[in-house]
Ligand binder design. Structure first.
Ligand SMILES: *Cc1c(COP(=O)(O)O)cnc(C)c1O
Length: 388
């Protein structure tokens, strides 16, 4: 069969399973309101939890850095791509997260792939929550280490996997899970790691900026030290409203990554202006507590009103990610389309992003939403889910 024919066949199959993905074209900036293909929507599917993605001060800090440093970083960080702004951001993040050192990566995907492959040897065993992000799974596969997965958030299942393993052990989890909105019991997991001499790796992509004092993240919120959680990853594309990521840990850990993380060494450094944007964002995350307070007020209002209407929520989702599980992929697509007709934008999340038969609406909240939008959302959901 020719390549063209094989590709066409596979695409047809995706169509039939309601798993085909299409991109839509956004106009202008995005926020609580969004314009796509000339239609206006209330936006309930971005990860801009604190509403910082269009902040005037962040944009202006970026422009200032552009004037001084230009746009492209020109080379990888190990050649000439590393600047004083990158260094300052790394130092401020280390202090904020209570870690010795920080290393910036151009994206969270690159951070996870590069870090896992640099740290885990072929003879090691990685034990991972079954619902971990694709970048963690791919990093684990690339590392060539043995990979065992435990049932989502289930400590018993984690302990069983640990008992079976003989090698150097790693336990890898997200904090706030991106598609389920529930949170890993980090204290318990860290205690199990301590007992079994396993190294704990936490991806705080969705908790950083949201949890902990001044938004310093889930690990700091749980008061877990660098010794307890030696590898901490977080990203700037979610609550920070920018793009990029970092790994935080000991001096030896960060030096190891500089020597060996291939997605750090062989990629163009994050542009300095983006590092300047993140620095300003960090300043706002730390000082504007009202953003987190407003966000959690809106989430609480949503959960109360949705429960009154009988909308099936996840019992364990208390943060800005609120899934409504539909199950069937084509039904989830249809519900999402019906919501769009009511100017509510929530894309349907389907396998393989989520497990088979668990297609869902992944509703996300932002400090830039207002109360009226929450009420509109609940009414629209009740309507399309036939609950009235
Ligand atoms: C979004 C996300 C990433 C990837 O981060 P990017 O900066 O978007 O590449 C990694 N891990 C988790 C848990 C995420 O949700």
């Amino acid at each position: 069969m020719t390549l063209e024919k094989r590709l066409e066949n596979n695409l047809q199959k995706k169509h039939k399973q309601a798993l085909y993905r299409v991109r839509s074209i956004r106009q202008q900036s995005q926020g609580a309101n969004i314009q796509i293909d000339d239609q206006h929507y209330h936006n309930f599917c971005s990860n801009d939890y604190l509403g910082l993605s269009n902040h005037r001060e962040i944009i202006s800090a970026t422009k200032t850095a552009l004037d001084e440093y230009g746009l492209g970083s020109g080379a990888s960080a190990l050649v000439t791509g590393y600047t004083k702004i990158h260094q300052q951001l790394e130092e401020e993040l280390a202090e904020f997260t209570n870690r010795s050192k920080v290393l910036l990566f151009p994206s969270g995907f690159a951070a996870n792939i590069g870090t896992i492959t640099a740290l885990a040897d072929k003879g090691d065993c990685l034990i991972m929550d079954r619902l971990c992000h694709a970048s963690l799974i791919d990093g684990a596969k690339l590392s060539g280490s043995k990979l065992l997965r435990y049932r989502h958030l289930e400590i018993d299942s984690l302990e069983q996997r640990i008992e079976k393993a003989q090698q150097n052990l790693w336990v890898i989890t997200e904090s706030l899970f991106s598609m389920d909105g529930d949170s890993a019991p980090l204290e318990e997991i860290s205690a199990i790691c301590e007992k079994n001499s396993a190294s704990c790796y936490v991806d705080d992509a969705h908790g950083f900026g949201i949890y902990g004092e001044n938004g310093s993240g889930s690990v700091k919120a749980a008061n877990l030290s660098q010794q307890q959680i030696p590898v901490l990853v977080a990203t700037f594309g979610k609550a920070f409203g920018v793009s990029g990521a970092f790994v935080a840990g000991s001096q030896a850990l960060i030096e190891t990554l500089i020597q060996s993380a291939r997605s750090y060494i062989y990629t163009t450094a994050m542009p300095p202006a983006l590092a300047a944007a993140v620095l300003k964002s960090l300043d706002l995350v730390k000082t504007e507590n009202w953003r987190r307070e407003k966000l959690f007020d809106l989430i609480q209002r949503f959960r109360e009103k949705a429960t009154e209407k009988g909308i099936p929520l996840s019992e364990n989702a208390h943060g800005p990610v609120q899934p409504v599980i539909i199950g069937d992929s084509s039904k989830a697509l249809k519900v999402s389309e019906q919501l769009a007709e009511k100017n509510i934008l929530i894309t349907a999340i389907r396998p393989p992003t989520v497990p088979k038969d668990s297609a869902r609406l992944r509703i996300t909240f932002s400090a830039s939403h207002d109360v009226k939008q929450i009420d509109l959302l609940v009414a629209a959901l009740a309507d399309v889910l036939n609950l009235e």
